[in-house]
Write a protein that binds this ligand. Structure first.
Ligand code: PMV
Length: 327
C-alpha cells in the first residue's frame, strides 16, 4: 500500500538573521532568529512511501542529487523510524519561485516535506515537534512551519528538542508587504551551511555578530508589536549588514551581494530619503528584499522596476504556516 500526502509551506525571510551553528548534525543555531512568513513564495510537496525503487527527490520536474537529497532524507529518516516504515520514499516538490537564489526555497521545501511526510506516515506531531523535524533538513525551515512573525528559539538542550520556532504574531497583526527583487536566478555557488562554517572558523567578526542577536531579537519584537516600520527597519538592516560583514571578513571572503544588489539598495535608500518609508534585507544570495506598508507599494515597485538590472519583482503579504493539502 502506498502512503501518500501533499502539503505546502511558504518561504520566510529573516529580519534578525540566523548565521552560525552550534551543532552541525542537528542544525542547532548559535543564536535565535526572527522572520516573516511570505504568502507569495510557496513550495508544494507530495511524499509517497513506496512510490519509487530507491529514495528519490524530484524538484520542479528534475531529479535532485546531493546536497538536496541528503537534507530531505534527514527529515524523512526519523519519520520512517517512528512510523516503522521501511519502503523507499518519492518526494515531488514544486516551487512557485526560482530555486536556490537566496529566496529561501530550502525553508519552504523542507517545511512542506516535514508536514507531508508525517501525514503520509500517519503520525501526529505538535507544531513545535514538526518545527524540530523541519530544522533537521534546514535550519530556517523550522520557521516556515508557522505563519506571520516567527521566532526560532535557539534552545539549550543538546538533543535540540527545545530549538524550534514559535509564532509571535499572526499574519493579520500587521500587513507588512515584501517585494523580492530578482536580479539573479541562478543557484548560488557557496551554500549557507558551507558559508556559516567558513564564517565561524575564519571571520574575526563572527562572534560579534552572534553576540548582538539577543539585543536585536528584543528590539525587533518590540518594533513588530508596535507596528513601527522605522524601528523594525533599523534592526533588520543592521542584522543583515552585520551578517554580510561577518561573511566578507572570512578567509577566503564570502561575498553574496553583487553590484546589482547594491544598485537596488542604493535606489531604495534614495527613495527613503525622499520620504517613502521602507527597509531592505538580503540573505545568502544577491536578491534584495524590500519591506513597506501597503500605501508605499506603488512607489517602491515603480522605483525597483526603474533599476535596469531588476529582472522580476515578486510581491508578498504575510503568509500562513504549513498546511496539508491532501488527504
Ligand atoms: O537554514 P539555511 O541553511 O537555509 O540558512 C539560512 C541563512 C540565511 O538565509 C542567510 C539567514 C536566515 O536566517 O534565514
Amino acid at each position: 500500500m502506498k502512503l501518500r500526502a501533499t502539503a505546502w509551506a511558504h518561504a520566510n525571510i529573516a529580519l534578525v538573521k540566523y548565521w552560525g551553528k552550534r551543532d552541525l548534525e542537528l542544525n542547532l543555531p548559535s543564536a535565535g532568529s526572527l522572520s516573516l512568513t511570505l504568502d507569495g513564495l510557496t513550495t508544494t510537496t507530495t511524499v509517497t512511501f513506496g512510490g519509487a525503487a530507491s529514495d528519490t527527490l524530484v524538484v520542479d520536474g528534475s531529479v535532485a542529487t546531493e546536497p538536496a537529497l541528503g537534507k530531505a532524507l534527514r527529515v524523512v529518516a526519523p519519520v520512517r523510524d517512528r512510523a516503522g516504515i521501511d519502503s523507499p520514499v518519492l518526494i515531488e516538490s514544486e516551487n512557485s519561485f526560482p530555486t536556490g537564489a537566496g529566496l529561501a526555497s530550502s525553508a519552504s521545501g523542507l517545511a512542506a516535506l516535514a508536514k507531508a511526510a508525517i501525514r503520509a506516515a500517519g503520525l501526529d506531531l505538535t507544531d513545535a515537534e514538526l518545527s524540530v523535524l523541519a530544522r533537521l533538513g534546514s535550519g530556517s525551515a523550522c520557521r516556515s512551519i508557522f505563519g506571520g512573525f516567527v521566532q526560532w528559539q535557539a534552545g539549550t538542550a543538546e538533543d535540540g528538542r527545545d530549538s524550534h520556532a514559535v509564532m509571535l504574531f499572526p499574519p493579520e497583526h500587521w500587513d507588512l508587504r515584501t517585494l523580492v527583487t530578482v536580479v539573479e536566478d541562478r543557484p548560488k555557488e557557496v551554500g549557507s551551511t558551507a558559508g556559516m562554517i567558513r564564517s565561524q572558523e575564519t571571520s574575526p567578526y563572527h562572534e560579534a555578530f552572534v553576540a548582538h542577536a539577543d539585543q536585536d531579537l528584543t528590539a525587533a519584537r518590540e518594533a513588530i508589536a508596535a507596528r513601527d516600520l522605522a524601528a523594525l527597519g533599523r534592526v533588520a538592516e543592521r542584522s543583515c549588514l552585520r551578517m554580510h560583514a561577518a561573511m566578507m571578513a572570512g578567509d577566503p571572503p564570502l561575498i553574496y551581494l553583487t553590484s546589482e544588489s547594491w544598485q537596488v539598495i542604493e535606489a531604495m535608500l534614495r527613495l527613503r530619503a525622499d520620504g517613502v518609508p521602507l527597509f531592505f534585507t538580503a540573505d545568502a544570495g544577491p536578491n534584495v528584499k524590500i519591506f513597506c506598508e501597503p500605501v508605499a507599494m506603488t512607489d517602491v515597485e515603480g522605483a525597483l522596476r526603474r533599476v535596469a538590472c531588476v529582472k522580476q519583482v515578486i510581491q508578498a503579504r504575510p503568509g500562513a504556516g504549513a498546511q496539508v493539502v491532501e488527504p
